[in-house]
Each structure stands twice: as structure tokens, then as C-alpha cells.
Design a binder for this molecule. Structure first.
Ligand SMILES: *Cc1c(COP(=O)(O)O)cnc(C)c1O
Length: 462
């Protein structure tokens, strides 16, 4: 390991938020699922399962899903937001097993494609408790959702309202509908823009009058039952200031529709976007605290408008599944790279990458990483964990301190990969997408198996 940099000499090569750990073997609890811990030999255990034993069976890379953690986060939203309907946003991660857990814990489920609906129905989720999203649902998808008895379809365009009206007329049924509106608010972490340009594909703008007109079109369509307005303001949000501005605007429209069109909508949906901790930069709020604040905001606005408080719903995805899963990789190569100024960065290549986690490349997302197959007494070294794909942007973790003796054959794990990891995974470079292994009480169960070469070649007709 030539050129190892002494501790504390990483100024300028690592971000200011990344502190050199006192103990490079220790887990930082907020980043990990509830049952994750390291034993005396430095081996990571989740759900009572030692990770090296698990990968001896399923190989790497593998997503490990802590079932108890998932269920307890689902319950924390259900109980914290008591009196609301909590829709788990299936796009974050959905499988038949997970859809069953969602239903068992008393949550509703959001889908946004025909494929996600298939998984939900296969799992036996009550269709009345399913919400259907999307800005371009095909007539086939709409018809299937209506026939299946999906509780609410969130409409996103005039064309869709017309299509849906035609389908319900033909089938002679009544369909619950919400109208997705844009409030001009865009939120992320502790910041929000109250005058975000509405130059985006989702929703009907409130300020342009489209939100009102769309609601009117739904009210006038026989067979469409306008349940309420829907607004989703962003992702990875840590405080409620963005929701405050959005709720004021959406409730303003809600009251205007009630007064001018004589249609008092019984519901309102405030979307998802609740943040989790990917690194020590992040400080997620407790669902019950968020609920208290959001409930207060809505109550205050409704009082000011002299309008009854609608039945509220929210749609957390990341905040339920994100921290429940980690990805386990095997280290393949370790390379020292000399940076401008003479410091070195240790490039640690693992056996996955952008095919199993596109978020660093897509959103410049930060993650953390730790050695999970042994303890190390080596000094920490500044590392970058990279994948095996033919792309220099194929980064798994941009900045992390790993033990200086990290070596091929070591297992490392990246926490917080549950949301938009497996669900956005690709076959880039003809990678086989990794399995999802659920662990609980000393038992491991593969709930999504690893793809095989036969899976890959099945669509290649030669
Ligand atoms: C993506 C999305 C969600 C879930 O977002 P998270 O950041 O995962 O909580 C909820 N509602 C809608 C409409 C979405 O598009």
C-alpha cells in the first residue's frame, strides 16, 4: 500500500462534511437499518444474519432488506400520521413480498405503471387502497386500472381526463379521481423555492388557472368522482417549510373550487419526499413531528379560509424503504491515485456499480460505505468506491474513509440503497441485476432472485 497519506492530511481532497472517523470499523446508526450491528470480529449482522454467511449463499452484489426495519418505518408513518391515509410510493422499491408487508402494516399503495400495478395485484393488495399515478398513462393502462377497481387515479392532463371519462362511460362505473396540481414550490433538503418555474411535465399549474379548469372538467364528467387535489413538491426534504407554502396554495384552490363550483372535495394529498440520512450531512425528522407540523399548517390554512379540513394523505417512498436496505459488494481491485498536490485517493473497485445504483451518476448523490467482513486496525484512508462499468462516472461512493488495508476479497456494504436502487437498476454492460434478500429474526429469504444469463438472453432473438 504505497503512498498512504497520514491521518488528517486530506484537506482539499475530501468534502468538509466528511470527518475522519475515530473508529473506522464503527457503524453510524442513523445510516443503517434498525437491526444492523457489527460483532466483535467486525462482521456485519442484519436481522440476525451474518453478511459473509449470506453472501456465501447468494453471492455479491446483493441488496439486503431488513424486514423489521421496513415494517417499523411503515408503522412509524402510519401511527405518526394517524388520521391520514399513508400511501407507500411503490416506485421507490416494489416486490410482491414488500407490497404484502405494506398492506399488512395498514398502508395504502401508490403505483405509477402497469408493471407496478401487476405486482400490487399479484400481492393481493386491495385495489381500493391503490392510487395510480403517471403523466402519460396509456388508454390500456387506464382501462386496466378502472377494471381492477383502483381506488383513485391521479389525473395529470386534459387528454387523460377525456380518456378516463370515455372509459368509465363505456364500462358504466364510477371512478375516484384526484387532480395533480403544481403549486410552484420545489423542495429539497432544507431549501425550497416558492416561485419554482412550472416548466416541468407533471401536474396542472395552480397559478395559470389550469388546476381549476382540470377540476371543473373532472366534475363535469359523469362517472368521475373528484376526491381532491394532489401535490408533490420534491424529494429528500427535511423540514416542513416547503409544504407550508404548497399547502396554502393548494388549499386556496381547494376552497375556490368548493365555493365557485359547489363541489367540496373530501380529500387532499400532500405527496411524498420525506428525507433520510445517506451520510452524516443529513438529519431526518421523526414522522410524528412532521405529522404534527403538517397537520397544524393545514388546520391553520383551513381556519383562515373558513373551510373544513379535508381528509389528508401522504406518499412516502424513500423514508420507508431507503434505510431498510444496504448493498453488499466484494472488493475486486484497490488502486492508489495521486491527486494534484500530492495526496492520494484510494480507488476501491467493487463488483457492481451504476447498474445497481444509478443515483450517484444521475443525481450526484452521496452515500457511505463500510468494511463488513472483518475488523481492521489500519489507519483510515480516503477512498472512492467505484463500480465495474465502462464509464468513469460509475461511482458508488464518492468520498469515504475506509481502512488503509482494504483489499481484494473484502466485503463492503453501502447503506441507504433501498429507495431507487433496485427499482432503477439496469442491465448496463449486460450486468445481471442483483437479488433482494429479506432478513429477519435469523432467517434470510430471497424475495427477488438474481437475474441469470438466460434472463438476459431471453429477449435477444439473434
Ligand atoms: C416519487 C413520488 C413519491 C415518493 O417520493 P419519495 O421521495 O420517495 O418519498 C410520492 N408521490 C409522488 C407523486 C411521486 O412522484
Amino acid at each position: 500500500m504505497a503512498g498512504r497519506v497520514p491521518p488528517g492530511d486530506f484537506a482539499g481532497t475530501s468534502p468538509v462534511w466528511l470527518r475522519q472517523p475515530e473508529d473506522v470499523n464503527a457503524l453510524i446508526p442513523v445510516l443503517w437499518s434498525k437491526t444492523a450491528r457489527k460483532d466483535d470480529s467486525g462482521v456485519l449482522q442484519i436481522g440476525g444474519i451474518a453478511i459473509p454467511d449470506l453472501v456465501a449463499d447468494v453471492n455479491t452484489p446483493a441488496y439486503v432488506l431488513d424486514e423489521e426495519d421496513f415494517r417499523s418505518r411503515a408503522r412509524a408513518f402510519r401511527d405518526g400520521f394517524a388520521g391520514y391515509d399513508v400511501y407507500y410510493a411503490g416506485k421507490a422499491f416494489l416486490s410482491v413480498a414488500v407490497a404484502k408487508w405494506v398492506a399488512e402494516e395498514g398502508l395504502c399503495l401508490d403505483v405509477c405503471s402497469n408493471g407496478e400495478l401487476s405486482v400490487a395485484l399479484r400481492a393481493g393488495v386491495d385495489p381500493k387502497r391503490i392510487g395510480y399515478h403517471g403523466n402519460n398513462k396509456t388508454p390500456m393502462e387506464l382501462r386496466r386500472a378502472v377494471v381492477a377497481g383502483v381506488g383513485r387515479i391521479i389525473v395529470d392532463s386534459y387528454a387523460e381526463i377525456e380518456r378516463l371519462a370515455a372509459i368509465v362511460a363505456e364500462l358504466g362505473v364510477v371512478q375516484g379521481v384526484m387532480v395533480r396540481v403544481t403549486a410552484g414550490v420545489e423542495a429539497h433538503t432544507h431549501e425550497f423555492i416558492a416561485t419554482a418555474h412550472e416548466d416541468q411535465k407533471f401536474g396542472f399549474s395552480i397559478s395559470s388557472g389550469d388546476g381549476f379548469a382540470a377540476a371543473q372538467a373532472v366534475i363535469e364528467a359523469p362517472g368521475l368522482d373528484l376526491r381532491g387535489l394532489h401535490s408533490h413538491i420534491g424529494s429528500q426534504i427535511f423540514d416542513t417549510s416547503g409544504w407550508e407554502v404548497a399547502a396554502r396554495r393548494v388549499l386556496g384552490l381547494h376552497a375556490e373550487i368548493g365555493r365557485e363550483l359547489g363541489h367540496v372535495m373530501p380529500e387532499m394529498d400532500l405527496g411524498g419526499g420525506f428525507g433520510i440520512a445517506y451520510t452524516t450531512q443529513d438529519d431526518p425528522a421523526d414522522p410524528a413531528d412532521l405529522a404534527r407540523q403538517i397537520t397544524d399548517i393545514v388546520a391553520r390554512e383551513c381556519a383562515a379560509l373558513q373551510f373544513p379540513v379535508p381528509h389528508l394523505s401522504i406518499e412516502p417512498g424513500r423514508a420507508i424503504v431507503g434505510s431498510s436496505m444496504c448493498t453488499v459488494y466484494t472488493v475486486g481491485t484497490v488502486k492508489q491515485v495521486t491527486l494534484d498536490g500530492g495526496a492520494t485517493r484510494t480507488y476501491v473497485s467493487v463488483d457492481g456499480g451504476m447498474s445497481d445504483n444509478i443515483r450517484p451518476a444521475l443525481y450526484d448523490a452521496d452515500y457511505s460505505c463500510t468494511l463488513v467482513s472483518r475488523a481492521s486496525s489500519a489507519e483510515p484512508t480516503l477512498a472512492r468506491v467505484v463500480g465495474k462499468h465502462c464509464e468513469s462516472g460509475d461511482i458508488v461512493v464518492k468520498h469515504e474513509f475506509l481502512p488503509g488495508d482494504i483489499a481484494p476479497g473484502d466485503l463492503v456494504a453501502v447503506p441507504g440503497t433501498g429507495a431507487y436502487g433496485r427499482s432503477m437498476a439496469s442491465n448496463y454492460n449486460h450486468a445481471l441485476r442483483p437479488p433482494v434478500v429479506a432478513v429477519r429474526d435469523g432467517e434470510a429469504r430471497v424475495i427477488v432472485r438474481r437475474e441469470t444469463e438466460d434472463d438476459l438472453l431471453a429477449t435477444d432473438l439473434g
